[in-house]
Design a protein around this ligand. Structure first.
Ligand code: HPA
Length: 273
């Protein structure tokens, strides 16, 4: 994967330099309507760029401003379960970093394991468990991005987490912190798996964010992660899980999510002035 090729493809289309990159997860794409858009680039217009095949993921970069902060949004991401390699899965995050983003905000829909969570609520990612999926850093290391053996002690920036908690408190939105565990999907988990994950310390489970966070950290970006709890995980919820339920609940949490994200961007923008 030649990252510089993709940078030049984007640069043929826009010279916009974002300071922040935001990945919008399942059902959260509506946030893109909130920014003052400068330009939008559908993934399929970028030659050989991995495109999302999942319902609920629109698949484009949106460049623009929110609260005066120049940012790039990924409306829809690609997942490992779609058949892409991990290197392809993290390409868009690396690209946002190469285009100028210093901070990456990763959002997702996730299944709640911790009983403090409920469908439609939000969770701040304190840390993650990625041991059930391959590392996106496997293979020859690109030394221009980062070191071979990167430290993962603070994947999710303590400063950004503090800022997110302050923003949530100001808005009166509950934002408990917890550990996100990544699985490969596309199937949802069995109740036995969820019990095992709880024992391991996971508060929620999803199919995307940990590897993106690792790739971002590898290249020295500051990362914030927010999970939208779209359903309680298998065996906790009495009903079978469905993608429709996941999307509906993610959209239900959308109003809180939009307000919170806006406030975080505002605060982060001020701190970096
Ligand atoms: N499990 C895994 N990934 C998910 C879930 C889930 O229950 N809900 C949304 N993404």
């Amino acid at each position: 994967m030649d990252l510089n090729f993709f940078v030049s493809e984007i640069r043929k289309r826009t010279d916009f330099v974002p300071r922040m990159g935001i990945v919008l997860g399942s059902g959260l794409g509506a946030f893109a309507a909130e920014i003052e858009t400068e330009s939008a680039i559908p993934y399929e217009e970028i030659p050989s760029f991995p495109t999302s095949t999942v319902d609920g993921h629109r698949g484009r970069f949106v460049f623009g401003y929110m609260e005066g902060v120049p940012l790039v949004l990924m409306e829809g991401r690609v997942h490992y379960y779609e058949g892409y390699s991990m290197e392809e899965v993290v390409l868009p995050v690396r690209l946002m970093g190469k285009l100028g983003a210093e901070t990456i905000i990763l959002t997702n829909a996730a299944g709640g394991i911790d009983e403090r969570l409920s469908a439609g609520s939000l969770m701040l990612i304190a840390d993650h468990i990625s041991s059930f999926v391959p590392s996106p850093l496997r293979g020859k290391n690109d030394d221009s991005l980062g070191v071979r053996f990167p430290d993962m002690t603070n994947v999710y920036s303590p400063a950004l987490r503090r800022l997110a908690k302050e923003a949530a408190e100001k808005l009166g939105i509950p934002l408990p912190e917890g550990v996100y565990l990544q699985v490969s999907g596309p199937n949802y988990e069995t109740p036995a798996e969820i019990r095992a994950f709880r024992t391991l310390g996971a508060a929620c489970v999803g199919m995307s964010t940990a590897v993106e966070a690792m790739a971002a950290r590898h290249m020295g970006l500051s990362v914030l992660g927010i999970s939208c709890i779209s359903n309680m995980a298998a065996g906790i919820s009495p009903s079978p899980l469905s993608h429709e339920e996941v999307r509906e609940n993610a959209e239900r949490a959308g109003a809180d999510f939009k307000r919170l994200l806006k406030e975080i961007i505002k605060k982060a923008g001020k701190e970096n002035e």
